[in-house]
Design a protein around this ligand. Structure first.
Ligand code: IPM
Ligand code: MG
Length: 355
């Protein structure tokens, strides 16, 4: 089992180190190779996604990814920004299906900013389309470089587009995921304003006819954002485009207690996958040993499940995470009175011990 390890920037290196510890403790035949990505790769090689890193990722069965981004790169041309590394990996590997489960663990009910009764037992799955939409349209602005730089430009634009096959394949992923859950899919769009999302809605409805056992409903994204904090448990599977999925998954993460708890899997058609926490590189807390490694550790569990065919190992990691939470161990982001505050490293060690 070949794993490409790409820690990236900011807290990326710290949280990935803890996930690696946990993987090693499983005593499975992993072959892990690490490479630079994001701002770290730009600083060393002048590009956020060097050829060697892309090659390593392509040849691996799975990729364990930390996070990319740092304010110090804010003024770079767009194609050199750290974020282009993750976007390039998603596009080059065809990782179109992004799974972002938002589960509120019993022990963290009080860490959520919402009332306990709203989030207790919460288990929703956001499926975000990851290689289309306005993220991959044609950009033009002061820092684009496809057509040259336009430092004095007085307008900027990005184009939003989806093709029928792109919507169809993500819709199939959502309906099939719903079959293993409570058989409900909410497709989130902005069909009342955007032609791209009227098309999205039509195509999802068409695909839905092949799944008569699944209840499909449609919701405008603004309403979905509101319903997520009003009555989040009404949702089961949410399927949406790249941009709305980015925003709604950050929102949903807070229902679980902290964005530091939300793992993700990004899969292509052959189940090769990239696994990363849903949160960013948090340069403000980097190097302080306070970041929560659980989202990355839970992403490693998803990697075992989806790409490496090791379901029981995945469950062992998930059980170990629950166990440390039951023991009352908390990083700063999920700390509350009466629990024990631990560092990034201590949290990783505790998961290993629980394993
Ligand atoms: C995410 C992140 C990325 C995105 C950034 C880092 C490009 O916010 O994975 O949600 O916008 O997709
Ligand atoms: Mg995001």
């Amino acid at each position: 089992m070949k794993i490409a390890v790409l820690p990236g920037d900011g807290i990326g290196t710290e949280i990935v180190a803890e996930a690696i510890k946990v993987l090693k403790a499983l005593d499975l035949p992993f072959q892990m190779e690490t490479a630079l990505v994001g701002g770290a790769a730009f600083a060393a090689h002048g590009h956020p996604l060097p050829d060697a890193t892309l090659k390593l990722a392509k040849e691996a069965d799975a990729i364990l990814f930390g996070a990319v981004g740092d304010w110090k790169y804010d003024n770079l041309e767009r194609h050199l920004r750290p974020e282009q590394a993750i976007l390039g990996l998603r596009k080059n590997l065809g990782l179109f299906a992004n799974f972002r489960p938002a589960i509120c663990y019993e022990q963290l009910v009080d860490a959520s900013s919402l009332k306990p009764e709203l989030v207790a037992g919460l288990d929703i799955l956001i499926i975000r389309e990851l290689t289309g939409d306005i993220y991959f349209g044609q950009p033009r602005g002061r820092r684009t470089s496809v057509d040259g730089l336009f430092p004095g430009a007085e307008e900027a634009f990005d184009t939003m587009r989806y093709s029928k096959p792109e919507i169809e394949r993500i819709a199939h992923v959502a309906f099939q995921a719903a079959r293993k859950r409570s058989k409900r899919v909410t497709s989130v769009d902005k069909a009342n304003v955007l032609e791209t999302f009227q098309f999205w809605k039509d195509v999802v409805s068409e695909v839905g006819k092949q799944y008569p056992d699944i209840a499909l409903d449609h919701m405008y994204v603004d309403n979905a954002a509101m319903q997520l904090v009003k009555a989040p448990k009404k949702f089961d599977v949410i399927v949406t485009g790249n941009m709305f999925g980015d925003i709604l998954s950050d929102e949903a993460s807070m229902l679980t207690g902290s964005i530091g708890m939300l793992p993700s899997a990004s899969l292509n058609a052959s189940n090769q996958g990239l696994y990363e926490p849903s949160h960013g590189s948090a340069p403000d807390i980097a190097g302080k040993g306070v970041a929560n490694p659980l989202a990355t550790i839970l992403s490693a569990a998803m990697m075992l499940r989806f790409s490496l065919n090791q379901e029981s190992a995945a469950q062992r990691i998930e059980a170990a995470v629950q166990s440390v939470l039951r023991q009352g161990l908390r990083t700063a982001d999920i700390y509350s009175e009466g629990t024990t505050r631990v560092s990034t490293l201590e949290m990783g060690n505790a998961v290993v011990k629980a394993l």
